[in-house]
Structures are given as structure tokens and as C-alpha cells.
Design a protein around this ligand. Structure first.
Ligand code: ATP
Length: 296
């Protein structure tokens, strides 16, 4: 559905996208993850035709990016793009008309979009009267009003409370079930883990790793992490190294990387020379994988 080849972008002399390759298959949710400034929004803005670029090619639905591509794309930007004094229906009508919708087609599309995001009962409320979560959902509805093939969601739940976030997750999963292809950026790794079929990690304008969560798990040389608290950390590291274990720090806490699942009693035996305050076995999740990629 989306094919980006060797995309390179400079801001003056600064290279912000560096031969970036990104492919999204029809019907999948692809997560674009990376640190602040990695190049996510720049990539999205180029796909949307808002920024030019120096090198590379972009195909949407098999066609080279052009002015016509806007009909294939629905974009929900990081900052809501809503008119606060207009109602939900008026906002949708305004954006629908920009895509050439009118009459019964426009009306039925507005109805479908409001239904899809569960805002039918708020249709005549002004945006300023909606909660943050509802405004975010309306922002997504607007991206859907012209029936795009590819939906781009730039940090769709940033700043929302947990219930509003779960509500939007359900909405995104429903859209996928209905066949929508989605490019999602987020800093929330639990969100990416829950929603994305495939993850693309961008670092300094380049995709450095991509794959499903399972594919990416191989990046860490471990089956599980063993978080150990003790007074003698240097000794702990010395024993771990002697025994051939790797280790990492996560939020200041040391974790031993074990290539096999170890019984608690075995771990205590291995480190029997030191007094262990606590030992916690943790499954590898996207946070560990992401840090491994970003820090190497
Ligand atoms: P965030 O997660 O904070 O949204 P991002 O991954 O979306 O970050 P971009 O906004 O694409 O990152 O920025 C990529 C790089 O381009 C950064 O170094 C940023 O400072 C730079 N940049 C972005 N916009 C401009 C601009 N208008 N002029 C100059 N440099 C820019």
C-alpha cells in the first residue's frame, strides 16, 4: 500500500532523512517508532505532500506520490486539526467538501464516520464542548471522511487518560478489522505492542530495524530477563560475566540476560557468593527490544 525507497531529506545542510526505506502492506498496522527528532513527522509530512525531499521515491497504492495521492490518504496529525466553534458535523462537512464530497454522499459519509468513532450522540456539539478523548476521535473521523486507503495516525493517544486511550485502541483495531491500512507513530510502547502487526524503528532518519514483535525479540540475546537487587553489584557483574551472562541496565536496575529459562533456585545457586535482596524474572517486551535497538 505504501512503498518508500531511499528517501532523503535535508533541512538546509542537516540531513534528517537518510535513504529511508519503509513498506506497508495492505491491511496491516505498521508502527513507526523512534526518539524525538528521529524523523517520523518529517516522513509523514513528505507522504502527505507537505514537504519536498531531495532523493527517493514514494508509491501509494502502486502510484507515484502526486497531488492525487491525497484521495488515498487520511491523516490524523499530532495536533488536532479542528474548528473549535463548529460542531462535529460541521467539522466533518468542511473537510469532506475539501475532498469533493457533497449531497447524500457527504451526509452518509459523515454519519458513517461519527458512528465509527462512537460520536453520533455528540454530532451537534461544538468541538469546544468535547472531552480531549472525543476531540481526538473526531480528528480521526475527519481523516476517514473521504474513505482513504491508508490512514496515518501521528501519536493518536498522546496526552489522553487511560480510558480514552483504550477507547481509541479499540477504534484502531476495528478499522483494521474492516481492512484499513494504518501507519501509526507513538512513543507509547505498550500501544505499539498492542496494535501493530509490524514495527519499524527509525533512528537518525533511517529505519534501523523492522519486523513483528516476535521477529524483533531475537535482537536481545536472551529468553528472559532476570532483575536482581543486591548490595554488591560489582561482584554480581563479575559472577555474571564469569558464567557467560550478558547484562543490561533498565531504569537504573540491573538485569541478567539468560538464554534459557532458569529456575529461581538455579539463579540463587549461581550467585550464592552474594546476598540477593530480590530476584524478578521478566518476559522480554517491546520496551527492552526498543532500548536495545536505539542504544546500539
Ligand atoms: P517527535 O517524536 O518529537 O515528533 P520526530 O521523529 O517526528 O520527533 P521530526 O519532527 O521529523 O522528528 O524531526 C526530524 C529532525 O528534523 C529533527 O532534528 C528536527 O529538529 C528537524 N526539523 C524538523 N522540522 C524542521 C524545520 N522546519 N527546520 C529545521 N529542522 C527541522
Amino acid at each position: 500500500m505504501l512503498e518508500i525507497n531511499q528517501l532523503t531529506k535535508f533541512y538546509e545542510s542537516k540531513k534528517v532523512l537518510d535513504s529511508l526505506n519503509l513498506n506497508i502492506n495492505k491491511g496491516e498496522i505498521c508502527g513507526l517508532l523512534g526518539a524525538n527528532g528521529a524523523g517520523k513527522t518529517t516522513t509523514i509530512n513528505i507522504i502527505c505532500g507537505l514537504l519536498n525531499y531531495e532523493q527517493g521515491s514514494i508509491f501509494i497504492n502502486g502510484q507515484k506520490l502526486s497531488k492525487k495521492s491525497k484521495y488515498y490518504l487520511g491523516v490524523s496529525p499530532q495536533e488536532n486539526l479542528l474548528y473549535s466553534h463548529l460542531t462535529c458535523v460541521e467539522n466533518l462537512a468542511f473537510f469532506g467538501k475539501l475532498y469533493g464530497l457533497k449531497g447524500t454522499k457527504l451526509k452518509s459519509s459523515i454519519y458513517e464516520c461519527l458512528k465509527a468513532v462512537n460520536l453520533l450522540d455528540k454530532k451537534d456539539d461544538t468541538v469546544s464542548a468535547l472531552s480531549g478523548g472525543m476531540q481526538r476521535k473526531l480528528n480521526i473521523a475527519i481523516a476517514l471522511v473521504h474513505h482513504p486507503l491508508l490512514l496515518i495516525l501521528d501519536e493518536p493517544t498522546t496526552g489522553l487518560d487511560i480510558e480514552a486511550r483504550y477507547d481509541i485502541w479499540q477504534l484502531i483495531l476495528r478499522l483494521k478489522q474492516e481492512g484499513m491500512t494504518i501507519l501509526l507513530t507513538t512513543h507509547l510502547l505498550d500501544e505499539a505492542e498492542k496494535l501493530c502487526d509490524r514495527l519499524c524503528i527509525i533512528k537518525q532518519g533511517k529505519i534501523v530495524k523492522e519486523g513483528s514483535l516476535n521477529d524483533l525479540k531475537n535482537i536481545l540475546p536472551a529468553k528472559e530477563l532476570i532483575f536482581i537487587k543486591c548490595e554488591q553489584e560489582e561482584k554480581l557483574i563479575e559472577i555474571a560475566k564469569k558464567q557467560g551472562f550478558n547484562y543490561r541496565y533498565y531504569q537504573g536496575e540491573i538485569a541478567i540476560l539468560s538464554e534459557e529459562i532458569l529456575e529461581l533456585s538455579t539463579i540463587i545457586d549461581i550467585f550464592s557468593e552474594i546476598y540477593l535482596t530480590s530476584v524478578t524474572k521478566v518476559n522480554i517486551n517491546l520496551q527492552h527490544i526498543y532500548l536495545e535497538i536505539i542504544n546500539n
